[in-house]
Design a binder for this molecule. Structure first.
Ligand code: IPD
Ligand code: CA
Ligand code: CA
Length: 263
């Protein structure tokens, strides 16, 4: 596979941030047993990773804009290009020393995602996509799974926990989908859900109340792997609405029908 110069820059930034996260992850494993726990430490791990990504990308393309989970929006002089970054997607996993988290970076050009990187540094799984050039896991081309029946499908989701009250609508959706599929998974990392969907490991994924940085990188992977991605009403405003439904066309249609019936 040939990567463009831009994608190479993104891969380099994600790898460097991944090395920083691996170092911090080792420390988190040690801190699990300490009374204070690793919480304070983790809140700095994502900031460290974001700084690394920011400085790599800024050095390579000084005029591009940024939207970063930690640092917010930084406007560049180039009105066409914007980096969208989640330096650590799966913070709760990271905090508990569960090795399921990723660095996620997307490049938006004139409002459209044209290149993406999602990197799990522990599994050393590098997912990349460029518009029109396919989705890849390391050097392997990706295709979404071809299962057509909900009864055979593994479906991922996420439920926001705000304080102590879970999202009631999300729980109702879960109650409707769980009995009609082969199993529900909750990875704790939205970009991993989308990457695994592109890789054919998951057959469907829905979630609401997300940030643009949770959806943008994986959205291109799903599209380039032949999948469908929409918001929960079936329109193509997933990133701006912060809600996502992704699957192959058959499972997407089934999930959409069920989700629309839940209010
Ligand atoms: C979170 C993860 C999780 C999703 C949350 C996100 P973070 O991102 O993607 O899977 O359910 O809503 O906020 O906080 O780990 O970057
Ligand atoms: Ca996230
Ligand atoms: Ca994050």
């Amino acid at each position: 596979m040939a990567r463009s110069a831009l994608l190479n820059i993104m891969v380099q930034a994600a790898s460097k941030a991944g090395r920083s996260l691996i170092r911090d992850y080792g420390e988190v494993e040690n801190l699990q047993v300490s009374r204070k726990g690793p919480a304070d430490f983790v809140s700095n791990a994502d900031k460290r990773a974001e700084k690394i990504i920011f400085s790599e990308l800024k050095r390579a393309r000084p005029t591009y804009s940024f939207l970063m989970e930690e640092g917010g929006e930084i406007k560049g002089t180039d009105g066409q290009h914007r980096w969208i970054i989640d330096p650590l997607d799966g913070t709760t996993n990271f905090l508990h020393a569960i090795p399921l988290f990723a660095v996620a970076i997307a490049l938006e050009r004139n409002g459209e995602i044209v290149a993406s990187v999602i990197y799990n540094p522990i599994m050393d799984e590098l997912y990349t996509a460029e518009k029109g050039a396919g989705a890849w896991l390391n050097n392997k081309r990706l295709r979404v799974a071809s299962r057509r029946k909900m009864a055979d499908a593994i479906i991922a989701t996420g439920i926001k926990v705000t304080g102590t009250s879970n999202d009631i609508l999300a729980l109702r959706q879960l109650a409707a989908i769980s009995p009609i599929c082969a199993g529900i998974r909750r990875t704790g990392s939205a970009s991993t859900d989308l990457a695994w969907l592109a890789a054919g490991r998951l057959d469907g994924y829905w979630e609401a109340k997300l940030g643009a940085w949770d959806i943008a990188p994986g959205s291109l992977l799903v599209k380039e792997a032949g999948g469908f991605i929409s918001d929960l009403s079936g329109t193509n405003r997933a990133i701006e609405k912060g809600e996502v439904l992704a699957a192959n066309e058959y499972i997407h249609a089934s999930l959409l029908k069920t989700l629309k019936s839940i209010t």
